[in-house]
Design a protein around this ligand. Structure first.
Ligand code: GLN
Length: 491
């Protein structure tokens, strides 16, 4: 995009101009130099990318949308940022998000909420709805045409949910495929860097350029495991063409139809499945019986890990430091710690720290944390039972279905509804944006996160309110190219 002014973007492919002021997607801009700084002939030459503000960049601040890091600039680039640059991409700016990635609606941000660009007419918001979270700025920047692609992070759905609400494509890759080095941790065992763009081919292009083994990331999948999965995936993917799916077996989980699901979401899914059947796919019902427990397990595990990760913001090493008021006579360090964190963290982050600290306490550990880990194993086993392909990580001993009975991919709605309205200034949180209702938005996306599987949300029509709906394609670990290929048929 051409940048006219530091935070003013011009939409490229449409006649209507959308300004960043109307959507609040970009929180720091690289200016025209950054936008045009494509470096020659790499695989991403000419591609403009926005980067979520919890991914470290040395030329722009990394705030994680938190007051505690409001003035923080990293001394180094994350591996993904270096790979984008060496690939020839131009980084246009940092994208708004929920604080430390915690949220589903991008309303918990020190920079203010992101407004979904779908509700704009002639550049003016006529209906203020959420862009989804936590990578809401990334999805909105793509939807508004500020960039060709955006990086987000997905811990429990934060790439797929905003992609669905904004009508763009969003990939959460297999866990461990893209380096997390330089990505600010929320919940290490779940965090993945993901890619958003308007079409699957751009997502693939960016994903292929950044999905490299990185020895600085201790959770990176080792090269031999990647090779194993990739060989199986590529063999099968090569058999499928866009016009002839050659008996591609698609599982539709019976357990993914909660009562909260809007009827138009089911209709969109049915249309998508009809379209795939017409091209030769076989659609079979499958059961993933542990699904009802996934959301609770996710919030226990992710909050526990977050409480530990966020302990590093102590007001001493870096980030906001708030001195105790005169007269406070307790231990000085403890006072700085308490005051800095009280002022620096938002409500949602504090809630997660409390929840996570409790789950890890001696009294609750067995009943909450360990129980959630057991559920996580059951969820992994559920998926492994329905895919014909073995899990290259071999993290549990469950057996796979046979090639003829098992499925290649699973398809389900990305979200239970279209984008919810943003809370208005007078009334605060609406029914849809209160904390518990926000947690329910993730009910479809957290199982693949707990199992570390690749999942792609692709636009699939619109609801009765004319807002976008997304469907998700989930594959076995390492089958990222398979979900992209099926996504390409759907889009
Ligand atoms: N909405 C979920 C949460 O609040 C997922 C967030 C994410 O994937 N980063 O934890």
């Amino acid at each position: 995009p051409r940048l006219s002014g530091s935070l003013h973007f011009v939409r490229r492919s449409a006649s209507t101009q959308i300004s960043n002021a109307a959507v609040n997607a970009i929180v720091s801009s690289a200016g025209s130099e950054g936008a045009f700084a494509t470096r020659g002939s790499g695989p991403l030459a000419g591609v403009t990318v926005a980067v979520k503000d919890n991914i470290c960049t040395k030329s722009l601040p990394t705030t994680c949308s938190s007051r505690i890091l409001e003035n923080f600039t990293s001394p180094f680039d994350a591996t993904v940022v270096s790979l984008l640059s060496t690939g020839g991409a131009a980084i246009v700016g940092k994208a708004n998000c929920d604080e430390f990635g915690m949220g589903s609606l991008n309303v918990h941000s020190v920079h203010g909420p992101v407004v979904n660009p779908v509700g704009l007419q002639d550049g003016v918001p006529v209906e203020r709805r959420s862009a989804g979270g936590s990578s809401g700025g990334s999805a909105a920047a793509v939807a508004a045409g500020f960039c060709d692609a955006a990086l987000g992070t997905d811990t429990g759905g934060s790439v797929r949910l905003p992609a669905s609400y904004c009508g763009v494509v969003g990939l959460k890759p297999s866990y461990g495929i893209i380096s997390r080095w330089g990505v600010v941790s929320f919940a290490d065992s779940l965090d993945c860097v993901g890619v958003l763009a308007k079409d699957v081919s751009t997502v693939r292009r960016v994903h292929n350029a950044i999905a490299k083994y990185d020895e600085r990331d201790p959770t990176a999948a080792p090269p031999h495991v990647r090779a194993l999965a990739s060989q199986l995936c590529m063999q099968r993917a090569a058999e499928i063409t866009a016009t002839d799916l050659k008996g591609l077996r698609i599982g539709v989980p019976r357990d993914y139809f909660p009562k909260e699901l809007q009827p138009s979401v089911i209709e969109s899914l049915q249309k998508t499945l009809d379209q795939l059947r017409a091209r030769g796919a076989t659609v079979v019902p499958v059961t993933l019986p542990s699904t009802p427990y996934a959301l609770s397990a996710y919030y226990v595990i992710s909050s526990a890990e977050a409480s530990s990760n966020l302990a590093r913001y102590d007001g001493v090493e870096y980030g906001l430091r708030v001195e105790p008021p005169p007269g406070a006579n307790l231990n000085k360090t403890a006072n700085v710690y308490a005051h800095s964190r009280t002022r620096g963290f938002g409500e949602e982050v504090k809630r997660r720290i409390l929840l996570g600290t409790y789950a890890l306490s001696a009294d609750a550990f067995e009943n909450y944390f360990l129980q959630a880990q057991r559920v996580r194993n059951l969820i992994k086993a559920d998926f492994n039972r329905v895919f014909w392909a073995p899990n290259a990580l071999k993290v549990d001993a469950s057996t796979n279905a046979t090639r003829t009975e098992g499925v290649d991919v699973i398809i389900h709605p990305s979200a239970i509804r279209t984008a919810p309205p943003l809370p208005d200034a007078q009334h605060g949180a609406s029914a849809e944006t209160g904390s518990l209702d926000a947690y329910v938005q993730d009910v479809m996306t957290v199982p693949a996160s707990l199992a570390g599987l690749p999942a792609l949300s692709v636009p699939a029509g619109s609801g009765s309110d004319a807002w976008p709906i997304g469907v998700s394609v989930v594959g076995q670990w390492g089958f990222d190219e398979m979900v992209l290929k099926v996504g390409e048929v759907i889009e």
